[in-house]
Design a protein around this ligand. Structure first.
Ligand code: PLP
Length: 377
């Protein structure tokens, strides 16, 4: 036993254990769990097709290949996201173009996207950062106007609902926007398969192409005859058995994530000028992870906040760095503080709090007391 607070931990019950045991006894010669998980996950998101992958990064790569992004093309992504949104663009030899985020929702700004569209732009990947949602209708308008498909990166937004249209409009699930969408089941995510991902889409031709790229470019009718040297991103039935069991428990998992989020917010309600994940009349946030942006009036920057929490023995994570500061993307020369000031500014003032399912009220008290001390220093 340790009293160390963990940043993220899954919530595994007897259902997951029994389902994995069934897979162990009966699941080595079929893809039953993969197929069932895919079918149920697509239905839940009101999509026609789903393909499970070994991780979400691979799902993004498959989506780009299937919509025909080629070497030399450009794909617009937010400046502020995890590297996985942009890295697969480079696998193809295409260029990730970084656009700014909206300071209110931390997601891709439609105005910035429009300013970055060129003849070479072949896709736009908005990211539902920390379960927040971008202005999907403005992005869909751009997609239609310029005929550029959207791949929604919903890796962090399982369970988020977004109200479309004006007040009183219907809620749509994160992951049901654009030509395709992707999810992650990494060990830190809302539901986990250890490592895993899902690609969702409606178009049957795209589904066929993505299936082809997922499994060695096999000939449609001649067994063991390959037509193209594609990646191999087949999922395992073992991972799918965990995922399917977790997915059946999704409502209670989201309730628990929201309970943690609301506990943080409630305990920190006396601290002025903190901006939490979006959760309002427009967005019902699935809150994969509670994130906080410290207001400018507090005069605090990310490195100092992270360091002070560490000194108190409290874990936390940095808000994602602007991708153009990372060595990985220097070569492409897109994005900068001048071009994308909001991404740089928000990232510089933000952190992510521990979001383990096992967090106790006492641990949440310790973390929020720590934040209060830093703010009052
Ligand atoms: C926004 C975003 N996109 C993509 C990914 C990639 O997920 P995975 O680790 O399953 O490849 C992640 C998760 O880490 C993510 O947070």
């Amino acid at each position: 036993m340790t009293d160390k607070i963990r940043q993220s931990d899954p919530w595994i019950t007897q259902l997951e254990i029994d389902t994995v045991a069934d897979m162990m006894q009966n699941g080595w010669n079929n893809y039953d769990y993969v197929e069932t998980f895919e079918r149920k996950f697509a239905q839940y998101h009101n999509r026609k097709h789903a393909l499970m992958t070994p991780c979400c990064t691979h799902a993004i790569h498959l989506a780009l290949l299937s919509i025909g992004v080629n070497s030399g093309d450009e794909v617009i992504v937010p400046e502020c996201t995890w590297t996985a949104t942009a890295a697969p663009i480079t696998y193809i030899g295409a260029t990730p173009v970084f656009a700014d985020i909206d300071p209110e929702n931390w997601c891709l700004s439609p105005e910035s996207v429009e300013s970055k569209i060129t003849e070479k732009t072949k896709a736009i990947i908005p990211v539902d950062l920390y379960g927040n949602m971008p202005d999907t209708s403005a992005l869909e308008d751009l997609s239609e106007l310029y005929e550029i498909p959207i791949i929604e990166d919903a890796a962090e937004a399982l369970g988020t609902l977004y109200r479309v249209g004006d007040r009183g409009g219907n809620f749509k699930k994160a992951g049901s926007f654009g030509t395709a969408s992707v999810f992650s089941f990494h060990r830190t995510k809302t539901i986990t398969t250890g490592e895993g991902g899902m690609l969702l889409m409606d178009d049957s031709n795209m589904y066929e192409r993505a299936s082809f790229f997922r499994d060695h470019g096999r000939h449609p009718t001649i067994p063991y005859f390959t037509v193209a040297a594609t990646p191999k991103y087949m999922p395992s039935n073992l991972a799918a058995s965990v995922g399917y069991a977790q997915f059946q428990r999704l409502p209670e998992l989201i309730d628990r994530k929201r309970e943690i989020f609301l506990a943080y917010k409630e305990r920190l309600s006396d601290v002025p000028d903190l901006q939490f994940n979006q959760d309002d009349e427009r967005v019902y946030n699935g809150v994969w992870a509670t994130s906080v942006v410290f207001g400018k009036s507090l005069g605090l920057r990310k490195p100092r906040i992270l360091e002070s929490l560490k000194e108190m023995g409290l874990p936390s994570r940095p808000f994602f760095y602007p991708l153009s500061v990372l060595n990985a993307y220097n070569y492409y020369g897109t994005g900068s503080m001048e071009e994308n000031p909001n991404a740089y500014d928000i990232s510089d003032r933000g952190i992510t709090l521990p979001g383990s399912y096992s967090l106790t009220n006492g641990e949440i008290d310790r973390i929020t007391d720590g934040i209060r001390k830093i703010v009052r220093k």
